[in-house]
Ligand binder design. Structure first.
Ligand SMILES: Nc1nc2c(ncn2[C@@H]2O[C@H](COP(=O)(O)OP(=O)(O)OP(=O)(O)O)[C@@H](O)[C@H]2O)c(=O)[nH]1
Ligand SMILES: [Mg+2]
Length: 341
């Protein structure tokens, strides 16, 4: 039966997909439930929305009655140019990578299940930074009930594997399948990658399924002679074909390629702002995504500024030298704008 979703519902659903804050997501879920036409065709959707509302309400309520201790935070507000989650089977080196890339003191160990909580950190790249989230391993032996929630704000994930580990393939497939059950679908397509078609936005589809761009990080290559044949076998047997990096978190080998690759594939655009009569602030760019507009930058500066934005002046290499552009104007990496309200 067609769901016949109303424009109000669709608007709330679109906003929910963009929302980052748990509180805002909860509000939007309630709006979705209110606006959802109630009939047989929407039974599943109703149930899904109610489940999400229950989960989020519990999370936001903090410590439970009866003295059951609630753990540390499981999801983090997106910071920097993008949020990237480290996922993978136990002991693959996620925390070692996190420590190396962000300078964190993430606990590492020779034994599996060292990491129990989510931990954020910032990985610098040129004049921006990516937020990297270390996570406990995803494994059937110890399923993490909050893994779906932890991945909600993520823009992409690094699937970290150790090809020398016995059972690496089964464990990696298990990671993919466990996440898929939580409606997190690991995908090979990245926003800034023109060779893989982008997934169509399906408004009548399931709003809770997240397609997470994924890169396979083959770690511990210091222990493998030539990783290429091993990677080919892994891809063949697991039928997972993600863009791949061979690295060693221990020696640092291959790690320098990750930053520029992420920057390009996430389609990150740095925009520098200036105030009239002053030189641009080249220290701290705002970041938007490819195709993003002047309006989006204004929103990052201040919501009110975005609402009252009249025009911007744009500087871009030899093509723009302070000309007026409208708020819909698409910006490019390195643009300088002066916002006028
Ligand atoms: N040789 C080698 N060992 C590594 C490398 N990266 C991590 N290790 C070792 O692998 C073991 C596991 O590392 P962790 O970083 O704790 O792995 P993890 O994936 O966070 O483990 P869990 O939190 O249990 O899922 C530790 O003994 C690390 O020292 C690497 O690149 N090369
Ligand atoms: Mg760990």
């Amino acid at each position: 039966m067609p769901a016949n979703l109303t424009p109000e519902y669709k608007a709330a659903e679109a906003a929910y997909k963009r929302a980052n804050e748990p509180k805002e997501r909860l509000e939007l879920l309630r709006t979705m439930l209110r606006a959802l036409p109630k009939h047989k065709g929407t039974d599943h959707l109703q149930a899904d929305i109610k489940t999400r509302i229950k989960e989020l309400t519990e999370e936001l309520a903090g410590p439970r009655k009866g003295g059951v201790r609630r753990g540390p935070p499981t999801s983090f507000r997106r910071e920097g140019a993008a949020q990237l989650a480290l996922v993978g089977p136990p002991n693959s080196g996620k925390s070692t990578l996190h420590a190396r890339l962000t300078g964190s003191h993430a606990q590492t160990g020779e034994y599996p299940f060292t990491t129990q909580v989510a931990q954020p950190g910032m990985m610098p790249y040129e004049d921006v930074a990516f937020q990297l989230i270390d996570l406990p391993p995803v494994s059937p032996e110890h399923p993490i009930p909050w893994i779906g929630n932890a991945l909600q704000p993520a823009d992409a994930c690094l699937l970290v594997v150790d090809l020398c580990e016995a059972g690496c393939m089964e464990r990696s497939v298990a990671v993919r399948d466990m996440l898929a059950k939580r409606k997190i679908v690991l995908t090979a397509g990245w926003p800034g990658d023109t060779s893989t078609p982008r997934l169509p936005v399906d408004h009548e589809g399931d709003p809770f399924t997240i397609h997470l761009p994924t890169v396979l990080v083959v770690n511990k290559v210091d222990q493998i002679g030539d990783p290429d044949p091993e990677i080919a076998v892994f891809e063949d047997l697991t039928e997972m074909h993600f863009p791949t990096f061979a690295v060693s978190a221990a020696t640092g080998e291959g790690l320098d390629k990750i930053g520029p690759w992420l920057f390009a594939r996430l389609g990150i655009v740095r925009v520098y702002t200036k105030t009239p009569g002053k030189p641009p602030d080249m220290g701290r760019p705002y970041t938007i995504r490819q195709g993003g507009s002047v309006h989006q930058v204004a929103e990052l500066v201040h919501r009110e500024l975005a609402e009252q934005l009249k025009f911007a002046r744009l500087w871009r290499g030899s093509t723009f030298d302070g000309q007026h552009v409208g708020s819909d104007h698409a910006l490019q990496d390195g643009d300088v704008v002066e916002l006028h309200s």
